[in-house]
Design a protein around this ligand. Structure first.
Ligand code: GLY
Length: 366
């Protein structure tokens, strides 16, 4: 069992990483059931596998689980589903002292966290992330949001959970593609500021993707520690420190927009291709050795992740991709900050990137 703390003063909270923790959920969450009940949000896919296990964990406890299941998929991060959730909570008489439990991946975590921020001006929530991506990234750090017709994650708030319960064993039922997509976010921590962890990824990716428990737990603990540290330093992405977590996301966002935020290219796959592009673009600008960019792309390719425009099946022009980037919420005063790298484990925020140059680079990369 490993416990990691996100240090945010009064909003600090623990993250528990423990194989089998789902079965012990009643013990871990009893302190949050202020009114002898917990409001659980899940989706139809996760709920089918994991809700019975959560309910079993609470059987015989004095705590009621009041459950709402939403359709699985990104489309649930919508005003419509938010309204359904908040109406349900109000109809059930949820109070500010109550706690919502997000049992699911990033979609459920984001929606639950945002609902918790606004119902009665705020109640508590805890995360039980069930995808690798949610375990190593979205469940930690308090970014909560829904999508708008203009773009992804544009309506939301920073709202920290009270507790995050991570059971690596729940990943055993995760589809291979989702596991691999989540792995892209694991690799990201190595590329940001930890070259030794990238080496670890190169040496252990096979075991991890074969779901060997030790490799999975080590990757999750390492990633969560890295993220907790960064969030503790820059909760609201003001100093540039937390922005490092967006490595690969600006290029990736353009690829996701071009593919309609659909199953053609899921988020982690777009981030993988985006990280490879960020490294190649860093070479073009003279920041990074070509050998490092090739090594990054080679690792992503070796694990079956997209590592170029072609392998992400994106054929759009550079101008079109840059146009997608300009709808990114990180646009500031007409410029877009980019995460670039001086090498593996040496990422930095560049605020002087010329979007016409990015478009030319993307045309050359096609
Ligand atoms: N996923 C990036 C962040 O939490 O800041």
């Amino acid at each position: 069992m490993t416990q990691i703390r996100v240090e945010l003063g009064e909003q600090s909270y623990p993250i528990l990483v423990e194989p089998g923790a789902l079965e012990m959920a009643a013990q871990h969450l009893q302190g949050f059931a202020a009114n002898k009940r917990l409001f659980v949000l899940t989706d139809d896919h996760v709920g089918a596998h994991l809700l019975p296990r959560l309910q079993h964990a609470f059987a015989g406890s004095a705590i009621d689980l009041v459950v709402k299941s939403l359709p699985a998929g990104e489309a649930s991060k919508s005003w419509r589903q938010l309204e359904r959730v908040t109406d349900w909570l109000l109809a059930e008489g949820a109070e500010r002292s109550d706690t919502l439990v997000a049992l699911g991946g990033g979609v459920i975590g984001d929606l639950t966290g945002f609902a918790a921020a606004i119902v009665k001006r705020g109640c508590n929530f805890v995360q039980i992330p069930t995808s690798l991506l949610a375990q190593v990234d979205s469940s930690v750090g308090g970014k909560t949001a829904i999508n708008s017709s203009v773009g992804k994650n544009l309506i939301g708030s920073f709202n920290q959970p009270r507790f995050v319960l991570i059971d690596p064993l729940v990943l055993n039922s995760l589809p291979d593609r989702e596991l691999r997509a989540g792995y892209a976010e694991v690799v990201k921590y190595g590329l940001i500021n930890d070259a030794r962890f990238f080496e670890w990824c190169e040496a252990n990716s096979e075991q991890l993707l074969n779901r060997e428990p030790d490799a999975l737990s080590e990757a999750i603990v390492h990633s969560v520690r890295a993220k907790a540290l960064i969030v503790g330093e820059d909760e609201k992405e003001l100093s540039g420190r937390r922005a490092l977590l967006n490595l690969g996301h600006t290029f990736g966002h353009a690829l996701e927009a071009e593919t309609g935020f659909s199953d053609r290219l899921v988020h982690g796959e777009a981030v993988a291709a985006g990280m490879a592009l960020a490294f190649r673009y860093s070479v073009r600008r003279g920041h990074c050795d070509a050998a490092d960019a090739e090594r990054v792309a080679a690792h992503l390719k070796a694990v079956g992740l997209p590592h170029s425009l072609a392998s992400a099946s994106v054929q759009a022009s550079g101008a079109r991709l840059v146009d997608h980037m300009m709808h990114d919420k990180k646009m500031s005063g007409g410029t877009l900050p980019f995460l670039l790298a001086n090498g593996i484990g040496q990422s930095f925020l560049a605020k002087d990137v010329d979007l016409a140059d990015v478009a030319a680079f993307l045309d050359e990369s096609a």
